[in-house]
Ligand binder design. Structure first.
Ligand code: UDP
Ligand code: MG
Length: 315
């Protein structure tokens, strides 16, 4: 009998877990052809998440868990899941039921047909503003322009991966992880399945705060590299200043119908080139910071316990 591991990163999910367990139990009972392993990665939750998981494990030995020594973030929880998964394929799922477990049989069906990476693509982006859709579209466009690896739009981490994808991903040990681009990078036979993403069942999203920090700064935690980011910051007001001053000069020239004056042109040029230079420094800093982080070669995560056994972390 083939074994399917469902990897669920969980951070402060005590409110969602009962719903999740109920839905998963229903699913596992309806799909009899496979053996299941539900692998929770408790990402240093501060609530009762780990106690709940342990409770489930006591009555159901299909439940497994890895308990981190602290919060390491979802990306790291995912690689830990891959490390500890024992199944012939794995499925990533969020704990908040935004990814409907009922889609799993369909993912498995395509896996049986020979696909290695069956990913769920969000059908609609209902309830999202025009601006959000537009920025996300632009983001994908730019990202795709910058890389020659094909990027899958509107897909989260909800996907099924064959054992050979798992083994490939396990070899990628960089510390600043972006799973989405890694899934694209490994290649193999991919298949897309459409679904509607549900709203979270309970609890609150952990990303709002995190997303802001990640997108804008991406390194408050790695404070040693954030000084390198100073120039990126300085370049932004420089460009804003340039823009405002540019509009002002042009408007004034038009209104008073005079030619642009030398000092104005000089100020504009200085603002423009200093802006470009500071920005380039910032970009160099970003990469330097990454090299610094990778060169430390630290373990990606530390495990407190695995299925009740204290981990020695001496691998
Ligand atoms: N998560 C995690 N570690 C974190 C933040 C989130 O393991 O530091 C998990 C969380 O428990 C959930 C999944 O990642 O299972 C997605 O998080 P969330 O629903 O908050 O993100 P969103 O769906 O809003 O993007
Ligand atoms: Mg969510």
């Amino acid at each position: 009998m083939k074994k399917i591991t469902i990897i669920i990163p969980a951070y402060n999910e005590e409110e969602s877990l009962p719903h999740l367990y109920e839905r998963l139990e229903k699913l596992m009972d309806s799909v009899k052809k496979y053996q299941f392993e539900i692998l929770f990665v408790n990402d240093g939750s501060k609530d009762n998440t780990i106690e709940l998981i342990k409770e489930y494990r006591e009555k159901d030995d299909r439940i497994c868990y890895v308990d981190f020594s602290r919060n390491f973030g979802k990306e790291i929880a995912m690689i830990a899941g891959l490390d500890y998964a024992t199944g012939d394929c794995v499925i990533f799922m969020d704990a908040d039921l935004q990814d409907p477990p009922e889609l799993i049989p369909e993912l498995v069906k395509y896996w049986e047909e020979g696909y290695d990476d069956v990913y769920a693509k969000r059908n609609s982006r209902k309830g999202e503003t025009w601006l959000k859709k537009f920025t996300s579209k632009m983001y994908y466009k730019i990202l795709q322009y910058l890389t020659n690896v094909p990027i899958q739009k509107d897909t989260g981490d909800f996907r099924l991966l064959d054992r050979r994808c798992v083994n490939a991903l396990k070899k990628m040990r960089e510390s600043q992880r972006n799973s989405k681009s890694m899934f694209s990078w490994i290649g193999y036979k991919k298949k897309e399945v459409l679904y509607d993403r549900d709203p979270r069942v309970a609890g609150r999203t952990k990303w709002n705060y995190k997303k802001l920090v990640d997108l804008a700064i991406d390194g408050i935690t790695s404070f040693t590299t954030s000084p390198l980011r100073i120039s990126t910051y300085i370049s932004i007001p420089t460009f804003i200043l340039l823009f405002v001053y540019f509009i002002y000069v042009i408007a004034k020239c038009i209104i008073t119908s005079t030619a642009i004056q030398a000092y104005q042109a000089i100020i504009l040029l200085i603002l423009f080139f200093s802006g470009v230079q500071i920005l380039l420094f910032g970009i160099i800093g970003e990469y330097l910071g990454r090299i610094f982080n990778e060169s430390k070669n630290r373990p990606l995560y530390l495990v407190n316990e695995y299925n009740g056994k204290k981990e020695l972390n001496d691998k």
